[in-house]
Design a protein around this ligand. Structure first.
Ligand SMILES: NC(=O)c1ccc[n+]([C@@H]2O[C@H](COP(=O)([O-])OP(=O)(O)OC[C@H]3O[C@@H](n4cnc5c(N)ncnc54)[C@H](OP(=O)(O)O)[C@@H]3O)[C@@H](O)[C@H]2O)c1
Length: 220
């Protein structure tokens, strides 16, 4: 059975990805800090107590994964904090880099030995990390951290091509979750279904592209 690992799987978009992958016949391991009843219902395994910004992340993930192959790794965990020029909270900005930029890169590094030829690697990023698409400013930490993770995964697409691992850099749309205070254009289950369609299409030819869940290619 194909094995998918999803971070941020206890709630929001990550939970919906885990649910739908399980329904589609994947063996799902959900990574989280604290599990939820919904994740326990959906996933085959819950790797809890794992903070993607923690110093012992690599060891914790390697112990959890063991020798199991991973055919799909989705980095979904993320945070959004609000800074303005009047209140430039540098600690918040640094925290968003730790979770949103370094988190997915470090999770990927830890689980690379488990990815196999033909595996897919995905980061759920945001179009707010697009410099070309920035028409409203602000959100310094979130925008900067998502631009940085886009760059990291563009590099991963090059570096993992020889191992035939395709990399997806996906924006989920504006989704009604805790992150958005319930605002958005669609629900997490709808966004997850669209993301899984994009992941289904992902191959080495499309690896490294920055794509909206609706299929639109986004500018960097
Ligand atoms: N919602 C949108 O409109 C939208 C738009 C663009 C991009 N995105 C991206 O989509 C992804 C999922 O967002 P969402 O809307 O589902 O947000 P959410 O409902 O707030 O869920 C965020 C998830 O990330 C986890 N997380 C946060 N910090 C973590 C850490 N240090 N270690 C491990 N897990 C951590 C949370 O776990 P806890 O329960 O432990 O906090 C939770 O599972 C994020 O990367 C976000 O940037 C969302």
């Amino acid at each position: 059975m194909r094995h998918a690992v999803v971070t941020g799987a206890n709630r929001g978009i990550g939970l919906e990805l885990a649910r739908q992958l399980a329904t589609d016949g994947w063996r799902v391991s959900g990574v989280c800090r604290t599990s939820s009843a919904e994740l326990r219902d959906a996933a085959d395994a819950v790797w809890d107590g794992i903070d993607v910004s923690s110093a012992d992340l690599r060891e914790a993930l390697r112990v959890a994964a063991g020798e199991a192959s991973i055919e799909l790794l989705i980095n979904c965990a993320g945070i959004l904090q609000r800074e303005t020029l009047d209140d430039l909270n540098v600690a918040n900005i640094r925290r968003q880099f730790e979770v949103n930029s370094l988190g997915p890169l470090r999770v990927t590094e830890a689980l690379l030995p488990n990815l196999v030829q033909g595996s897919k690697l995905v980061v759920i990023t945001s179009r707010m990390g697009s410099i070309a698409d920035n028409s409203s400013g602000a959100r310094y930490g979130y925008r900067m951290s998502k631009a940085a993770v886009n760059m990291a995964f563009a590099s991963l697409a090059h570096d993992l091509a020889a191992r035939e691992i395709a990399v997806g850099i996906l924006h989920p749309g504006f989704v009604r979750t805790g992150m958005t205070g319930g605002n958005g254009n669609w629900n997490a289950d709808e966004a997850a279904a669209a993301l899984l369609e994009r992941i289904g299409e992902l191959d080495l030819a499309s690896s490294g592209r920055f794509v909206h869940a609706n299929g639109e290619q986004l500018p960097w």
